[in-house]
Design a protein around this ligand. Structure first.
Ligand code: XMP
Length: 480
């Protein structure tokens, strides 16, 4: 040995939070509000991973409704990834900017077919110049059998319509819907041009998800991953689609190419937060923040499907990585996302207590209803696939998707993979998994006497445990 001292690297199972005096009566008294990045606030500190077996629009919608955020993976064409982002942005919005429309002389048959293909229960009727002329709702047509009738004979005409003016406040819109007992409120410009639609159904959805993480327009928050290859071009379209945060997806984030991409993104998109990573050292955090990062993602090799540490012999145990990076990031006023290795709610509490502002999760969410793909039955149980992005399976599919030659695909998959793939048990709706994680985190904070995450950072005290301590921590049965 050269005489260099070894630093100690600790992971989740090496430590426990030491309980402190607490006078917190109920979990309701604990706030989980946090920063995902410099300008994005979440109501729970949980992020779903940008992996092709974890986050597309369905998962991202569930995450944002619960108060967190999902990051749409980048192993899609730019158009497909943009479509996924748009689905999240449209899932809950106060004003539908481009509602579906029809014309007065269209037949009932045609109008119904259009309503069905678009999955809507009403159409706004407009004239040549976009002027609002009426509304046709499912109530207007429910007992009609003559499919040749014209929309003009069935619609509620403009003269009898209650409308809102462009720029109407949410409170006023709600009052109009309520007073007139209507489901739809068309929005018009001063010259009666159709400018949008507000629906009672959207207000109901908003009330159901009171903790939802939303932008200033009332739309759900969503992130999207970009890589080195087409990062700026992809980001251009993602930002135009309304993506709230760009997440740089690079295994080794403290790399010249990662810094170059980060600088390019920050130069091009002044109003969109960029999350950089993955890194595990204080030096890397300060380099990325200096290059413009609005949050830094921490974790090399802790993930359930990662084999980087085995293949490359590189990485830092996750708790040490979080503590070191969080200390550096706090001084620079940038939040840390602890990415990978979360096995249970206790690990979420440890990661946040160690200084992270949020945790990114893959494996625990991969078996849920909302992860991409259907479950399959095998060995008498329901399962879904989970795999590392650098796994042989993922690389093969990526090559296939990009229609690269089979030879090239085989060469690519022949490289030592730094990820693995395996099946996970199907677990149903991700909302239930989230509830358990949130409950456990709040319980952990309560044991530390902390009512908010910033207080938790100050109060969290850790004890290092031995293997015997770890054995003692796990529930045991069949004791003599
Ligand atoms: P969990 O433990 O929640 O971790 O499943 C999710 C994180 O794992 C990372 N990831 C990888 N790391 N090789 C790696 O070394 C891979 O193939 C791989 N795929 C995903 C990623 O940071 C993710 O968020």
């Amino acid at each position: 040995m050269s005489g260099k001292e070894f630093k100690l690297g600790l992971s989740f199972d090496d430590i426990l939070l030491v309980p402190h005096y607490s006078n917190i009566k109920s979990r309701k008294d604990i706030s989980l509000r946090t920063q995902f990045s410099r300008s994005i606030t979440l109501n729970i500190p949980i992020v779903s991973a940008n992996m092709d077996t974890v986050t597309e629009s369905r998962m991202a919608i569930a995450m944002a409704r619960a108060g967190g955020i999902g990051v749409i993976h980048r192993f899609l064409s730019i158009e497909e990834q943009v479509r996924e982002v748009k689905k999240v942005k449209r899932a809950e919005q106060m004003t539908i900017d481009d509602p579906f429309t029809t014309r007065k002389n269209v037949t009932l048959g045609e109008a119904l077919a259009y309503m069905q293909t678009q999955g809507v229960s009403s159409l706004l009727v407009t004239g040549e110049s976009g002027a609002l002329e009426g509304i046709l709702t499912s109530r207007d047509v429910r007992f009609k059998t003559d499919m040749d009738m014209k929309v003009s004979e069935l619609m509620t005409p403009r003269a009898r319509l209650v409308v809102g003016k462009k720029g109407i406040s949410q409170a006023r819109a709600l009052r109009l819907l309520d007073e007139h007992k209507i489901e739809k409120l068309p929005i018009v410009s001063p010259r009666n041009r159709l400018a949008g639609l507000i629906t009672a159904a959207d207000f109901r959805k908003t009330r159901e998800h009171i903790h939802a993480a939303k932008d200033t327009e009332g739309q759900l928050l969503v992130g999207a991953a970009v890589g080195v290859k087409d990062g700026v071009e992809r980001a251009e379209q993602l930002v135009r689609a309304g993506c709230d945060a760009l997440v740089i997806d690079i295994a080794h984030g403290h790399h010249a190419r990662a810094v170059q991409l980060l600088r390019a993104l920050k130069k091009r998109f002044k109003k969109t937060d960029v999350v950089a990573g993955n890194v595990v050292t204080a030096r890397a955090v300060s380099d990325l923040v200096r290059a413009g990062a609005d949050a830094v993602k921490v974790g090399i090799g802790p993930g359930a499907a990662c084999s980087t540490r085995v293949v490359a012999g590189s990485g830092v145990p996750q708790i040490t990585a979080i503590m070191e990076c969080a200390a550096a990031a706090r001084k620079l006023r940038v939040p840390i996302v602890a990415d990978g290795g979360i096995k249970n709610s206790g690990d979420v509490a440890k990661a946040i207590g160690a200084g992270a502002s949020s945790v990114m999760i893959g494996n625990l969410f991969a078996g849920s209803l909302e992860s991409p793909g259907e479950y399959y039955i095998e060995d008498g149980g329901a399962h879904k696939m989970y795999r590392g992005l650098a796994s042989r399976e993922a690389a093969y599919d990526q090559a296939k998707r990009e229609a690269r030659a089979p030879l090239e695909a085989s060469l690519l998959t022949g490289r030592a993979p730094e990820g693995v793939g395996f099946r996970v048990s199907y677990k149903g709706e991700v909302g239930r998994i989230l509830e358990n994680l949130v409950d456990g985190l709040q319980s952990g904070m309560s044991y530390s006497g902390a009512r908010a995450i910033s207080e938790f950072w100050k109060k969290a005290e850790f004890v290092r445990i031995t293997e015997a301590g770890m054995k003692e921590s796990a529930p045991r049965t069949n004791q003599a």
